[in-house]
Ligand binder design. Structure first.
Ligand SMILES: Cc1cc2nc3c(=O)[nH]c(=O)nc-3n(C[C@H](O)[C@H](O)[C@H](O)COP(=O)(O)O)c2cc1C
Length: 220
């Protein structure tokens, strides 16, 4: 085993790589909690990490058999809630749960039905402004959205959802004071990295395209 983690080593010439066959390709993406509406008017909450933004559209990859995919196929309103690193235990409490009853055979071993995911996670719902499912109060960033397209992936195992964001809510302590900019030094996503949870380390640098002023409300 290396004395220092790989990411802490100085930049170096590429080593001779080996070919591997990993069972998963979760190379480190932010966790989001999706709130959606069930057929009986109650609300489901599910963690997922196959999410990324294209302008105002967020693309989501969801297991076809899950309650979230089912809900979005029939009721397109959702909230994409972004937890910070401290919320990882609540996320993990949701991990073995599904809002689907009976539990589909394709679900991971140990998965069980839970009709009250907010309660099971210990998270609070707060009303949304333009969609029916509630926001997760503890999540510092919340995106109210509508699934405009839900279609199967190439294997038919997943659905790919294109959700158009309609309203963005942010904890004001994350913002550069007096602006709509989220301060990247104040915000950290919760990152799902090969099934382990991480926050971000210190800033390494920034893009030439950054438009963010440096001062955050948290520093005032
Ligand atoms: C951190 C984390 C990330 C996950 N990422 C995804 C994902 O990107 N896509 C997916 O379909 N399921 C993902 N899952 C699994 C779902 O949360 C799980 O299948 C859950 O049962 C879905 O709930 P539902 O059936 O009520 O929708 C993830 C779980 C965790 C804990």
């Amino acid at each position: 085993m290396n004395a220092a983690p790989f990411h802490a080593l100085p930049a170096q010439a590429a080593a001779a790589h080996v070919v591997i066959e990993p069972s998963i390709l979760y190379f480190g993406t932010p966790v989001v909690l999706l709130s959606t509406e069930n057929e009986d008017g109650s609300f489901n909450l599910a963690p997922m990490s196959s999410a990324w933004a294209l302008g105002q559209t967020v693309v989501l990859g969801l297991g076809r058999e899950g309650q979230t995919a089912r809900n979005l196929g029939e009721r397109p309103d959702l909230v994409i809630n972004l937890p910070g690193p401290a919320l990882w235990p609540a996320v993990e409490r949701l991990a073995p749960l599904t809002g689907r009853n009976p539990v589909p055979s394709t679900k991971a071993k140990g998965c069980r039905f839970e009709p009250d995911k907010f309660g099971a996670a210990g998270l609070d719902g707060e009303p949304s402004h333009v969609v029916r499912p509630p926001r997760v109060a503890e999540c510092p960033i919340q995106l109210e959205a509508r699934a405009e397209r839900v279609r199967p992936d190439v294997h038919g195992t997943f659905v790919i959802v294109e959700a158009l964001v309609r309203k963005v809510h942010a904890d004001p302590r994350l913002l550069v004071l007096g602006t709509d900019h989220v301060d990247p030094a104040a915000w950290s996503p919760l990152v799902y990295n090969f099934r382990h949870y991480f926050g971000l380390g210190p800033e390494l640098g920034h893009s030439y395209r950054t438009e963010t002023p440096r001062r955050s409300a948290a520093e005032q």
